[in-house]
Structure formats: C-alpha cells, structure tokens
Design a protein around this ligand. Structure first.
Ligand code: 6LW
Length: 503
C-alpha cells in the first residue's frame, strides 16, 4: 500500500505516506512490524508488516475494541494515542503507549501482531509520554520515558520496580528530549532520542554506555539526523527507531513531513514514516542521506498488493485503513444495515463536534481524488477533508441540496450550493498540489464537486489547502478524507481514493 518501488530498484520515501507518525519497528526473523500513533481516531495504532522495510501492508489496528481505547468526547483532537513502542520478547509482542487525556500509560501484548491484542494493563507509575521497553540479559525490563528518565518495570503486573532516574537530557538547551529507545547493539547500550520539538527544529540524537542505566556518553556528531535550517523537501525529521535490515546492515525509521507552497511551507499529510540507511563508524551510527527518491537497498524488494482504489463495502468488517473519530458504534456505522453499503447514522452532531459520525482514510498523496456514491434520501451527509473539529472542508448532500462548507478556526461558511439531483449522487474532491510559483494560496487546492450523469466532474467550490495544514491547525495529525452523517441516516455505496499526477 505504501512504499512505491521504483523501476531502477530504488524506493520512494515516505515508505508509509500520510499521517503515520512516531514509527516504532521490530524485527522477528524475516518479518518486520511497524506501528504509529493514532491520536483521536478509532481503531487505533495501525500495524504494518513488511519483508523489506520499503513495502508495507497494513495488517490491522492494535486497538480495535472500545475496552482497549477509551477516547472520551472531552478529549481534544491530537490527544489520545501518542508514540507507541513495539517490541518482541519472550515469544510475545509488547506494545507500550500513552493514551493522553484518558488512561495514561498502558501496555498490551499479543502473540500475533495482527491481533487480537490484550486488554490494556494500566501502568499507574509510568510518568509522562513516549514510553520505551528494553530487556537486559538478566531479563530485567527497563522502561524509559520522555525527559529522559528510566526505571525498572514489571511488564506483567504493570508495577514500577524502581524510582525514575534521569539518564540523559540530550543537547544542552535543546527543547523536548523525547521518543527514547534503548537498545543493546554489540558491546554498547544505545539511547536514541528525538529533540528540538516535532516541528522544523526536530532532530535525532544518540548516546551510549556499557550498562542499560548508563552513564551515557553523547555521540560527538549529534544530532545524527536533522534537516533544520536546510532547504530540503523533507522537514521535521525526528522520532526514530533503529532496526537491522535483511542484509545485516542498519536502518532508521523516522517521522518527517513534506511541506509545500513556498516558504515557510505548509504540510497537509501530517507526519509520515520515512526510511534511511545507517552505517557504523567507531561504534556510532552514521545516518545516510534522507531523500524522497532513495537508491536501491542491498537486499531484494518484495512488493505488496496495493489497497484497491475502490472500497465497495461488500465485506462485513471494514478494511483496517478506515478510521472514525473517537469511537465507532455499530449502530451508527455499519455495513450490515444495507448490504454492500456503508450506513452512517448521525448522532445529532456536525463535523464541528467531538462525537461526529465520520469514517475516513488518511490522505496519502499530495495530489489525489476521492469519490463516493451517496444516498442522502433519509438524512444529510457527505464527503469531508478533516484535520480536526475546527478545520475541515466538506461537500454535503441532503434536504434537496448539495452544499460545500468550510470551517477554519472560528469561521464557518457555505461556499457553494446547488439543487440535489434525484437519486444517489457521486460527491467528490480533487486535491491538486500547486507549484511554488502559483502557490500564493498553496500548497494545494481542494476542489469539491459532483459527478454529472455523463461522468464529468462539476466543481462547485475550490479552497486553499493551507488552512487544513498542521502549520495552521497545530496538533499532531494529518488530513483524513472520509464520509460523515450530519443528520438522519446516510448510505454510501462505495468510496474511491486515487493518487493523481504529481502525487
Ligand atoms: C510524541 C513525541 C513527538 O509523543 O510528538 O515527534 C508526540 N514526537 O515523541 C506526539 O506524536
């Protein structure tokens, strides 16, 4: 679905495009598994599988039961699931994560990373965010959190076995030492962190010691990866995890963004997952060049089947790519009511509300289009591009009309309206990346319209994409494109999403 293999044998970054931040990876034999943060969306924590680190297939979402993922309506967007760490130890997968604004730090286990995952084990003594797990030779489990501090944890009972102690704070003066991961590689214990904040100053640093508790000696070349103050199409590089490649060499997976639209740039897809090779010099990792087009790695690439452009909603269970806001109640979002259709029933709320009934998929390409066939004869609903409650654009059918709306902060406006044709209607959005020179309104243009009976697409309203960018909205997510119900019951026969040119 993701790492597009190139004809010269190289590969394209990001390897998992769209809002897939804070990647954590683990290798078991020839198999790689990777997870991401998911914030206010349910199900949470997408789980990916790969054999080559480049081509990834989503095999599930770790948190797909309400008991695992309480996301209260009082919780703001961009709270919820932050920064999981995925590890394999003692025949089991371990997933430690923070549910910010809800249960705090919790631990899950599974024998199959595709699920089912356990119910959450509360970790009342684990402070802060970004928890990491590492086991030493004696079987002691070390938990390290943002800050950076560390303590012994009993991962079976969830009890802390020692007091948190500060191990390293990163570069003097750098803000937000976070995203720690501790590894035993060769003769050293390495402590990998992110610092500088998750915006343009983001970077990756490392320290090492001969014991898991340190003392840790910072790498003289820190930060080992950053694009801060650089003219580079990839920015905000940080929050990384180290992994050994199929040929025995090493790689980092990390988050970064692709801003567009000139300076300072606006990124609209959220923080995405990138891959970069690592070599070792004097026992320190040296990160290779991180580019959008990467050279062929030293191992064969094994493509995975692409997710079909169209979802016909013919299966009883939704594909794991579909995510809803805070919860997915079976009576409000179901494929079982009208066979071959997705039915959404409004909870009396609009896209401005935390309990909106919205089911979408991440926008993964800078230029793309989405279409959906909507039956709005018993309600109002449509197709939205969502960043959060205060930032979304949508086209809505119902009550005899089709309307385009924009919500930007405290401003909400109707952009266009026209009569609703009889019967189900195809609503669509075309998202077109703009070149910097034409981009006084960039980085992209978001155009909503309807498909006429002859198949032509009539645009009703075009909006500047930058107001649905993280530089404008703040927060930690990216755009999600999907279907919603604003009143009554709305049925969706199918949903198409395709990359367009210059994607
Ligand atoms: C995450 C922190 C970060 O907890 O952003 O970029 C926070 N890194 O490590 C939310 O993703």
């Amino acid at each position: 679905m993701s790492g597009q293999q190139q004809t010269d044998g190289g590969f394209a970054n990001p390897v998992i495009p769209g809002f897939h931040p804070d990647p954590s990876i683990c290798r078991v034999g020839d198999d790689y598994y990777l997870v991401n943060s998911s914030f206010e969306y349910f199900p949470g924590i997408p789980v990916f599988h790969s054999r080559d680190l480049v081509n990834w297939r989503q095999i599930g979402n770790a948190l797909d039961r309400p008991s695992q993922l309480p996301l209260p309506h009082t919780m703001p967007s961009s709270a919820g699931i932050y920064a999981p760490t995925l590890r394999h130890h003692d025949g089991r997968f371990w997933l430690i994560v923070t549910n910010v604004g809800s249960t705090g730090n919790v631990l899950f286990t599974a024998t199959d990373p595709a699920g089912p995952w356990s119910d959450p084990l509360p970790l009342p003594g684990v402070p802060g965010i970004d928890p990491d797990l590492a086991w030493d030779e004696d079987g002691t489990c070390w938990c390290t959190v943002a800050g950076i501090s560390q303590f012994r944890l009993d991962p079976v009972t969830g009890e802390n076995l020692s007091e948190p102690e500060r191990t390293w704070s990163g570069a003097p003066g750098a803000q937000a030492p976070e995203a720690p991961h501790l590894y035993r590689i060769g003769e050293y214990w390495y402590l990998l962190i992110a610092e500088g904040g998750t915006e343009r100053g983001h970077c990756v640093s490392i320290a090492r010691g001969t014991s898991p508790t340190g003392p840790f000696e910072p790498c003289p070349a820190n930060p080992i990866l950053t694009h801060r103050s650089m003219h580079h199409p990839i920015q905000n590089t940080g929050h990384a995890d180290l992994v050994q490649a199929p040929d025995g060499s090493w790689c980092l997976v990390l988050l970064a963004v692709r801003p567009g639209g000139g300076t300072p740039g606006w990124h609209v897809l959220g923080r995405e997952t990138f891959l970069v090779p690592v070599t070792w010099e004097d026992g320190w990792p040296v990160v290779g060049e991180l580019e959008l087009e990467m050279p062929a790695p030293g191992w064969p690439l094994t493509p995975v089947p692409a997710v079909p452009a169209r979802d016909d909603f013919d299966e009883a269970e939704l594909h794991p790519q579909w995510i809803s806001v805070r919860e997915r109640r079976a009576e409000l979002c179901t494929t079982k009511e009208r066979s071959g259709w997705l039915t959404l029933r409004a909870a009396g709320a609009s896209l401005d509300e935390p309990d909106v009934v919205f089911t979408g998929r991440r926008q993964q390409h800078l230029s793309c289009e989405a279409r959906t066939l909507v039956d709005a004869s018993a309600g109002r609903g449509g197709l939205a591009v969502r960043l959060d409650e205060q930032h979304h654009y949508e086209i809505e059918a119902g009550d005899g009309e089709v309307k385009v709306f924009a919500r930007i902060g405290s401003l909400r406006t109707e952009v266009a309206a026209r009569p609703l044709p009889a019967g189900p209607v195809v609503l669509g959005v075309d998202i077109a990346k703009q070149q910097p020179r034409e981009a006084r309104s960039g980085p992209d243009l978001v155009s909503f319209g309807i498909e006429e009976p002859d198949g032509t697409f009539t645009v009703l309203g075009s909006l500047e994409g930058r107001y649905l960018s993280t530089e404008v909205t703040g927060g930690f997510t990216g755009r999600v494109i999907g279907m919603y119900a604003a009143s009554g019951t709305v049925h969706f026969d199918w949903f198409d999403y395709r990359a367009a040119q210059a994607s």
